[in-house]
Design a binder for this molecule. Sequence first.
Ligand SMILES: *Cc1c(COP(=O)(O)O)cnc(C)c1O
Length: 369
Amino acid sequence: MLLFTPGPTPTPEVIRVAMSVPTIHHRTPEFEEIFKIVREKLIKIMDMPEVLMLAASGTGAMEAAVTNLCKSHALTINAGKFGERFGKICKAFDIPYTELKYTWDTPASIKDILHEVKTNPKIDALCIQICESAGGLRHDVEGIAKAVKEINKDIMIIADGITAVGVEKIDTANIDALITGSQKAFMLPPGLAMMGLSQNAVSKIEKAPKGFYFNLASELKNQRKNTTAYTAATTLIIGLKAMFDLIEKEGFEKFYEDTKIRAKAANAALEAIGLKIYPKSPSFAMNTVYHESAKEIRSIAKKKYGVNIAGGQDELKDKLFRINNMGLIAPYETAWALNAVELALDELGIRKYDGTANSTFVLKVFKGV
Ligand SMILES: *Cc1c(COP(=O)(O)O)cnc(C)c1O
């Protein structure tokens, strides 16, 4: 079965092999050396002055960022399930928040955000997805963050980059917390969350430490010494080092470029067979299609052609399908998935099969789009 869901993504064999070594103790020079290497690589790839690794799924880092960086009032952007989650976190911790809601295909508007920031001086954090995975939607976080900082540089920009880090180079100049998780573009099993921090965020955390397991001040103190406050996710961190070794063979620039080409070529292929790309500003992390028969298309792709494509969520559960594009994916695998979709359309009597999806994709990939 080809796993084509936007998280978890398949783990390449070299990474699986690297993680198959006997467990080592986390308070040892051997592990601290690995931790140090990975920490430095994360700082570089996130392009931020500080980074933390937490034994948690991505949501753990979302919670930690909110509880440690928002002290008075959060502005949350809800254009899907993951944006909605920021609001739920605020609620769980009794943090006052304002939620800006958008339909799942529509990116957040800078104007709306600036209006909230200007009218409510209590807002001290903006929580937003870079890619909202519910609809494969890319928000212009960089532009939004810049505009917000021009009004008040102390507003913390908390960016959920769980399906953005490792997909494309992110301009972190105005981002205070950049969150990611192991099971998306980094191709690891789930269980490790990572967070890049700005200098401003570090000062804020150190000035008023908060929480226990997710007390980022104690993590900062420990991780700067290449250890963790509690038991580190040793196996995943060893896997993360293997991921860096693998990608660095050809470099992250090539990794991002290949991802972008595949994303564009696959969207063109889907459109060429008459399908509608759902988000108004598609992210490169996945290819998201709106179709009344999305559920049936997925079911045929899985049962007949061995491709596991994700559906939608909530009311769009049976109306969207999402083909993962994160990680190292051989173009022939995506070609297979797109071909399966085209064959499913034929089987459902929607469109006669003629190989258009496959040929469009392959030609575009070879031409570099
Ligand atoms: C997957 C995902 C998450 C949630 O991560 P978990 O690891 O399931 O906690 C959060 N935000 C986005 C945008 C995601 O795609």
